[in-house]
Design a protein around this ligand. Structure first.
Ligand code: NAP
Length: 285
């Protein structure tokens, strides 16, 4: 059986939508915290099991009989996220899962500015040592993060973001889901690591120009505010210290060029060009 953690999340649900077209429902295990969040699949024949990353026993129950697992990285931050992802790996080993695909991040290195990179780095290492065969998807930023980063600029094109001249090889979450489905239904995992990126890179000045083209915003431009001002702004919006630190680390990582690598592996999995940033943004207007 093939299982997906975080199966009701954006990436999990998108992957599930591809998977159900490619394999029998009885071969699919969707792991969620709350079955009501996957109610559209009730009666579909897939197994919907509950587990919480905070509860080792629930994970072991949910992973019983699973051969291939897609472990979607945790949405928590800091030590909590690290402990959650560690529990999933330990439960998978205990349950005899043979193959694991894990959604990592593009630059999971010791020197990374992006906080989540350190969680991903740790989880990758645990999986490497686990004896399970693996596939790592080192994902670039999703297209869908752009509106989150630029906020009100979706209405006027004036972007205030501390990314300097940093560029990002944004990729579509739906394309990543399709590629993951191909891996989950494909040949034996061969301990492979893929950089999953779009075909091009964009700076936030490029995104402002794209918005100018698409939406006709006359004043569209990117202003590189200071990281300190950005952090203060986030705190001013009511974010806690930890959350503000997380988002600030994302901007720092973009500024440092940690998301500017491109690779053709996503295109290889899809057998076509991945969706571009222009197409994604166009569809929002
Ligand atoms: N590359 C990027 O640009 C980017 C951007 C955002 C996130 N990410 C990473 O990619 C992952 C997938 O993205 P996404 O958009 O699908 O995120 P998402 O929509 O926030 O989904 C997160 C999933 O994790 C589940 N989850 C959270 N806490 C859990 C817990 N304690 N136990 C069990 N399940 C739990 C959520 O379930 P509930 O609905 O019950 O909370 C949800 O199903 C994220 O978790 C994050 O690590 C990457």
């Amino acid at each position: 059986m093939i299982a997906i953690t975080g199966a009701n999340g954006n990436l999990g649900k998108a992957t599930l939508a591809f998977l159900i077209k490619r394999t029998l429902p009885k071969n699919i295990v969707a792991i969620v915290r709350d079955v009501d969040k996957l109610s559209e699949y009730a009666g579909s024949g897939i197994h919907i099991r509950t587990a919480d990353y905070e509860d080792q026993e629930s994970l072991e129950k949910a992973l019983t009989g699973v051969d291939r697992l897609l472990q979607i990285s945790a949405s928590a931050t800091g030590v909590r996220a690290m402990a959650q992802e560690t529990r999933v790996v330990h439960a998978a080993v205990k349950c005899g899962v043979k193959e694991i695909a894990y959604t990592s991040t593009l630059f999971p290195h010791e020197s990374a500015h992006f906080q989540a990179a350190h969680i991903c780095r740790n989880t990758e290492e645990l999986i490497r040592q686990s004896g399970m065969r693996y596939v790592f998807f080192r994902n670039s930023m999703y297209h869908e993060t752009i509106p989150l980063f630029i906020g009100e600029a979706m209405g006027d094109g004036r972007i205030f973001y501390p990314s300097g001249i940093g560029r990002v090889s944004f990729a579509s979450r739906k394309d990543i889901a399709e590629a993951l489905c191909n891996v989950l239904t494909g040949p034996a995992f061969s301990n492979a690591t893929y950089d999953i990126t779009g075909s091009e890179t964009f700076s936030f000045a490029d995104i402002a120009l794209t918005l100018k083209d698409i939406a006709g915003f006359k004043e569209a431009a990117h202003t590189d505010i200071s990281p300190e001002d950005y952090r203060k702004g986030l705190l001013g919006f009511g974010l806690g210290d930890e959350e503000a630190g997380f988002y600030a680390s994302m901007a720092d990582s973009i500024r440092a060029g940690e998301f500017e690598k491109t690779h053709h592996s996503l295109e290889g999995f899809l057998g076509r060009k991945p969706l571009g940033v222009q197409e994604y943004l166009k569809a929002l207007f």
